[in-house]
Each structure stands twice: as structure tokens, then as C-alpha cells.
Design a protein around this ligand. Structure first.
Ligand code: SF4
Length: 344
């Protein structure tokens, strides 16, 4: 078997049942394999004792079960852990475990690098090497689970906000979400999954119709002029196109608000005029606004505004009746914070 072999983690339960049927393996065997992989966290086929010895040997000959390995794990002073993971051919990607009381949010990657070149983002300077496979996406969760002790608690939330633009790898992302939310897979409630996009507008409806997952949109600016610089895909899908799509989508509603991510960059998008424009811009879209202090990375010309400027900005947006949160940055000392993931 080579690393080009198919991986059992590439398949949702429905796909694995189909695949097994085509191979003459009873479809119910897929349920057993899923339970081992994701509920018992066992990926050694030899240990899957409710499968016959012959079936275990046949599967081991044809399939991989691991897709990424932990090359390095760093822990921040605030408890955030950054995992540097390698694919079979040696590409490095990153996942970040963000602990909260007895539970953990895991931020995962969807591409090696990213083609969208957002101006404040370390990943954006790398360009795109390739899309990750479903197995490589799902296995980030499996490896992260393996890094947690019992007292750390479980992975309760998954956010697709690491390296890459998830909507440019939508087929693999959808299959990964199917595995994560399947009660016989990782059994995460869909509302515990958040997928972020920089604004690949034509693919947003297809993503949010798959189920009640959360959509996060990287807004970062209140004018096309500034957003064209910060998030260059805005030149293709400008603010009015992005926001009108969200306004019209029936899957965006009070029960499923959009999370607008707005990274505060000193002198770029942090003025009170911006704070006044922002609520007008998103009016009519059920939403919450997350303000994120910029995280520095080598070569970046941006930095976060002073705390009082960020506080004033948040208060002003709130005065307009918006639901707004000023986030604190997590893991900045190990380059694990938003916009810092670049194999540093
Ligand atoms: S912010 Fe996201 S979409 Fe933009 S370059 Fe970075 S990883 Fe890609």
C-alpha cells in the first residue's frame, strides 16, 4: 500500500457504504469502521476486533487510515496549542486548539497555503500549494483529540478558519462536515461547526444549505476601496454583491445569523466613520459582529489599534443596535492567532 492509497477517512458514512458495496463488502461494515475511527478513536485496523481477520487484512491492504501526523506542538501562555501537521508527502499545515473551561475549540485548515492573498494574513503570503483531502481535514480533529488529556476535556467546536479558503475546497469540506456531524461519526452538533469565507460568493448558498452550521464572513472593511486592498477577492465579488447574497439567502435568518469577522487594523479600518458605516452596511442581515485585534506577523505592515480605540469602535457599533463582541487574541505568542498561520 502506498500513500496514494485511498483513505478510509475520505468518506462520509453514505459514501463508505456505497464504496464497500461496490467492493463486495456488506454496507453495514461501514458503520463499524466509522465507530472505530471516530468514536473510539482507533485507526489501527488490527484493533477493529468486530471485523473478521480477513476483512481487516483486506482493508489494510487497500486503505490508509491516517492522513496527517503531528510534527510539532507548541503551547501558548494562555493555553492555546498550535499543532504543525505534515501530510504524507511532507506538506505542513496547522491546526489550533483553543481551550475554554473543560472544552476546546479546534481551528482547522482546508488548503496547503491559500490563493486569496489577504493583505494582513500570513497564510496569504504563501500562495496555494494544493487543496487538502477530506481525510486530511478530518484527521486534524483526530490528531488534536490525541493531544488532549482527560482533564483537558473534549473538542466541542470546530472552526474552519485555519489555512486556506474553505469554499475553494468545498467538496472535501462538505464531506468532512458530514463525517463530523454524523451521529455515527464524530457526532458534533452542526451548530458547533463554523465555516469561514473571505467571500467566495457563488458558493455560499451551497455551503449553508447543507445544514444548520454557522457561516462566518471575513468582512474587515466598510468600503470597497479598503476591502479591495485587504481582501482582494472583493475585486471580483464586491461588498454589495456579497451582502445582497446574504440578505436574500433564506438560510440566513434570526436562528442562523451570519458572523461577520472584522479584524481591526490601526489607521486602516478603525475610524469612527467605519464604526458608523458598518451597521448600515449589514442592515437587514441577521448577524453578529466579531471585532478581532490584528495579530502581527513577520513582514506585516499592520498592527492592532490601541485598546481605547478598539473599545470606542465596539461601543459605537453597539450604539447602532448591533450585536458586537470585541475578541481578545489567543495564542499570539506562538503565532497561532488569526492571520498568523504560516508554518512559522
Ligand atoms: S485570511 Fe483566509 S482567505 Fe485570506 S489569505 Fe488568509 S487564509 Fe486565505
Amino acid at each position: 500500500m502506498s500513500s496514494n492509497s485511498p483513505n478510509l477517512k475520505d468518506y462520509s458514512l453514505a459514501s463508505l457504504r456505497d464504496r464497500f458495496s461496490e467492493e463486495g463488502i456488506p454496507a453495514y461494515r461501514a458503520n463499524q469502521v466509522m465507530a472505530w475511527l471516530y468514536q473510539r478513536d482507533v485507526d489501527d485496523l488490527d484493533l477493529m476486533t468486530d471485523l473478521s481477520v480477513e476483512l481487516r487484512a483486506a482493508l489494510a491492504e487497500r486503505y490508509e487510515t491516517r492522513a496527517v501526523e503531528v510534527a510539532q506542538a507548541d503551547q501558548s501562555s494562555d493555553g492555546t496549542r498550535k499543532l504543525a501537521l505534515t501530510t504524507h508527502e511532507g506538506h505542513r499545515i496547522e491546526a489550533v486548539i483553543i481551550p475554554e473551561a473543560r472544552r476546546n475549540t479546534l481551528c482547522i485548515s482546508t488548503q496547503v497555503g491559500c490563493p486569496l492573498a489577504c493583505d494582513f494574513c500570513a497564510t496569504g503570503t504563501m500562495g496555494l500549494t494544493r487543496n487538502l483531502t477530506t481525510a486530511e481535514i478530518v484527521d486534524q480533529v483526530c490528531r488534536a483529540k490525541g493531544c488532549l488529556d482527560e482533564e483537558d476535556g473534549v473538542i466541542s467546536n470546530v472552526v474552519f478558519m485555519g489555512m486556506g479558503e474553505p469554499l475553494l475546497n468545498l467538496a472535501a469540506v462538505k464531506e468532512a462536515i458530514a463525517i463530523m456531524t454524523d451521529p455515527r461519526g464524530m457526532a458534533l452538533a452542526p451548530r458547533r461547526i463554523t465555516v469561514s469565507t473571505a467571500g467566495v460568493v457563488p458558493r455560499i448558498p451551497e455551503l449553508i444549505e447543507i445544514g444548520p452550521i454557522n457561516l462566518a464572513v471575513s468582512l474587515h472593511a466598510t468600503t470597497n476601496e479598503v476591502r479591495d486592498v485587504l481582501v482582494p477577492i472583493n475585486r471580483k465579488f464586491p461588498l454589495e454583491v456579497l451582502l445582497e447574497t446574504l440578505r436574500k439567502d433564506p438560510n440566513v435568518n434570526k436562528k442562523r445569523p451570519v458572523f461577520f469577522e472584522y479584524t481591526l487594523l490601526e489607521g486602516m479600518n478603525d475610524s469612527l466613520e467605519d464604526a458608523d458605516r458598518l451597521p448600515d452596511l449589514v442592515r437587514g442581515i441577521p448577524c453578529k459582529i466579531n471585532l478581532i485585534p490584528a495579530n502581527p506577523h513577520p513582514g506585516s505592515r499592520y498592527r492592532a489599534p490601541e485598546q481605547d480605540v478598539m473599545d470606542r469602535f465596539a461601543a459605537r457599533v453597539h450604539e447602532h443596535g448591533m450585536r458586537v463582541t470585541l475578541r481578545r487574541s489567543r495564542g499570539a505568542d506562538i503565532a497561532a492567532a488569526c492571520g498568523q498561520l504560516a508554518n512559522a
